[in-house]
Design a protein around this ligand. Structure first.
Ligand SMILES: *Cc1c(COP(=O)(O)O)cnc(C)c1O
Length: 348
């Protein structure tokens, strides 16, 4: 969900942005009007996330999935070692892409436990010559989340925070590179944000890597090596405004904890619903649970739809129920789901 006030603001400016005489969708990305929007959007993100000056912020395309490949190609020499904490569906995909370029190994693998927890990374198992360590901050489909930053010696720490960014306080300084697709908590599909320590941006990477996939080239061009996703960037700026007006990221996190606890309290006291994530690692963004069988799951989803609640079906390869309660989901929406869960349990 996006906050309704953000949609309304976008609507009011849809046909004509300020006194520009045109829609943001119609602007040249090189125009002064657009440059202003772009610069302000970066400034706002730097402010709300408190991004230090020695980090570059890139506004790119291709989704988090493209970063699965760009990270290895830009941070590792071909064949160099990298370590992956495999904690869920997307972590697995990131690892698979890394294998194309680096000598990647799994530093942890949660597959045996159905990705129900975040296995601890043992620092001693990290080899010294690693190009980087990759983690997935919030595991969108499995409903787990890193609540603390793993110890990682001096090895560059890379995190896919697609589904947790802006929903929880992330100290950028703890990481060397953070990336996130925008469609979960930042704005809409089409934009990918990469926050990378400048010292990690290298010019001397393998010649086979296309310019459009090189952080160095993209950074030098201020994310405008080609046409950036102009409207998606503009819209994320509106979301950043909304976050600031509503108390910043700390307030977002507080609200997300509150929202998730409403659902976890029901799950914990229920004999019908079973949480799929270990309590200590539970996500505050994606709440996952199962019902005893397929029949009841379908019935639950039908009752949800009757009450105008959609998108509750678990990820296609995981099943069960998943409630994604990103920043834009108001607490009232979570209460509706809680009511449904209670009513359904009484009847079943
Ligand atoms: C959604 C998601 C992705 C995939 O993002 P795309 O933008 O569709 O490529 C990757 N990682 C995580 C953690 C996600 O939640």
């Amino acid at each position: 969900m996006l906050p309704i006030s953000v949609l309304e603001k976008a609507q009011s400016e849809l046909c004509c942005y300020g006194d520009s005489g045109c829609s943001v969708m119609e602007m040249s990305h090189r125009s002064r009007s657009y440059k202003n929007i772009f610069d302000q959007t970066e400034e706002k993100l730097r402010r709300i996330m408190d991004i230090p000056d020695d980090y570059s912020v890139l506004f790119l395309q291709g989704g988090a999935t493209t970063q699965f490949s760009m990270v290895p190609m830009n941070l590792a020499y071909r064949g160099q070692k990298s370590a992956y904490a495999v904690t869920g569906t997307f972590a697995k995909k990131a690892y698979a892409e890394a294998l194309r370029w680096t000598d990647a190994y799994k530093i942890t693998d949660g597959a045996d436990g159905n990705f129900s927890s975040i296995p601890e990374i043992i620092e001693d198992n990290l080899e010294d010559d690693l190009a980087y360590l990759h983690i997935t901050g919030n595991n969108t489909t499995c409903g787990t989340m890193y609540h603390t930053v793993p110890k990682h010696k001096n090895i560059p720490l890379v995190a896919d925070w697609s589904s947790g960014i802006l929903g929880k306080k992330i100290d950028v300084k703890d990481y060397d590179l953070i990336y996130a697709g925008a469609q979960k908590n930042i704005g809409i599909a089409g934009l990918t944000v990469v926050i990378v320590k400048r010292s990690l941006i290298r010019d001397d990477i393998d010649g086979i890597v296309p310019s459009i996939m090189r952080y160095a080239d993209l950074d030098k061009a201020g994310s405008m090596l080609n046409t950036p996703p102009t409207y998606a960037i503009y819209l994320s700026g509106l979301v950043f405004d909304w976050i600031e007006e509503n108390g910043g990221i700390n307030a977002m996190e507080e609200m997300n904890i509150k929202k998730s606890n409403i659902l976890y309290d029901i799950i914990d006291s229920s004999s019908l619903y079973k949480g799929t994530a270990d309590k200590k690692d539970r996500s505050i963004m994606n709440i996952t649970f199962t019902l005893p069988n397929e029949e009841l799951t379908t019935k639950f989803l039908e009752m949800a739809e009757e009450r105008n609640m959609v998108n509750l079906k678990g990820y296609r390869s995981i099943g069960g129920i998943r409630a994604s309660i990103y920043n834009g989901m108001p607490i009232e929406g979570v209460c509706c789901l809680a009511q449904l869960m209670e009513d359904f349990e009484k009847e079943n």
